[in-house]
Write a protein that binds this ligand. Structure first.
Ligand SMILES: [Fe+2]
Length: 216
């Protein structure tokens, strides 16, 4: 990997993407990705990140800035073009190349609140080898609160702002269709919501300005 330094000593790869993970570099990485494949997904990612930050800030033991970075990067694999589940493995590889291991895990784990690849609602536009890799990865990954937080916040953010989970459930189901595990996935996200509300001792919607208004 070719690495060049600029005057301000930030380190970039050959595509001009920063190698150090922090809020600023995660933001510029998403901006770069949005230029490769423009779409609503970048605004959605920004709201996911803000939701992650707001909720993590109220959770003991969580780093709000780190949660923000993970939210920004969860769909980063979409830089490679319009795809279905391929964006998960593309994002994983993109982050691993930079040594962003936890962000890489979340690029895959955010779509699997149930740790079984067969609960996917997307299409596996990936090679057989990548499918096998993802199948094992999902099964054996150890999820922590950051994985669960991004799974939750992915379902709280439209490209236009925060919304209630049920609004996003319908939005996704209209686009992806009803699948055998759709309801199980909803139940799992609601369970994660309840878990975070227990930690923060209030409704998550209290931390997401405009969520209720945007849902009407
Ligand atoms: Fe997402």
């Amino acid at each position: 990997m070719i690495v060049k330094k600029t005057n301000c000593q930030e380190v970039f790869d050959e595509r001009g993407i920063p190698l150090e993970l922090n809020c600023k570099t995660a933001e510029s990485t998403l901006a770069w990705a949005g230029r490769q494949n423009p779409g609503n997904w970048t605004e959605h990612s920004r709201f996911v990140a803000l939701a992650c930050r707001n909720i993590a800030a109220q959770c003991e033991g969580m780093d709000a800035d780190l949660a923000y970075c993970f939210g920004l990067l969860h769909d980063i694999g979409r830089y490679a073009g319009v795809s279905s589940e391929r964006h998960l493995i593309d994002g994983y590889r993109f982050c691993m190349e930079r040594g962003w291991e936890k962000a890489a895990q979340i690029c895959i784990s955010h779509a699997f609140m149930i740790q079984d690849i067969h609960t996917s609602i997307g299409t596996f536009d990936v090679t057989e080898e990548d499918f096998c890799f993802m199948e094992k990865f999902i099964q054996s990954a150890v999820y922590d609160d950051y994985d669960r937080l991004v799974q939750l916040c992915d379902a709280l953010a439209l490209p236009t702002g925060f919304c209630i989970l049920e609004k996003r459930f319908v939005d996704v189901t209209i686009r992806y269709g009803v699948h055998p595990h759709t309801v199980d996935r909803w139940k799992k996200v609601l369970e994660i919501k309840a878990g975070f509300e227990k930690k923060i001792n209030c409704s998550i919607y209290d931390l997401l300005p405009g969520a209720v208004e945007n849902s009407l």
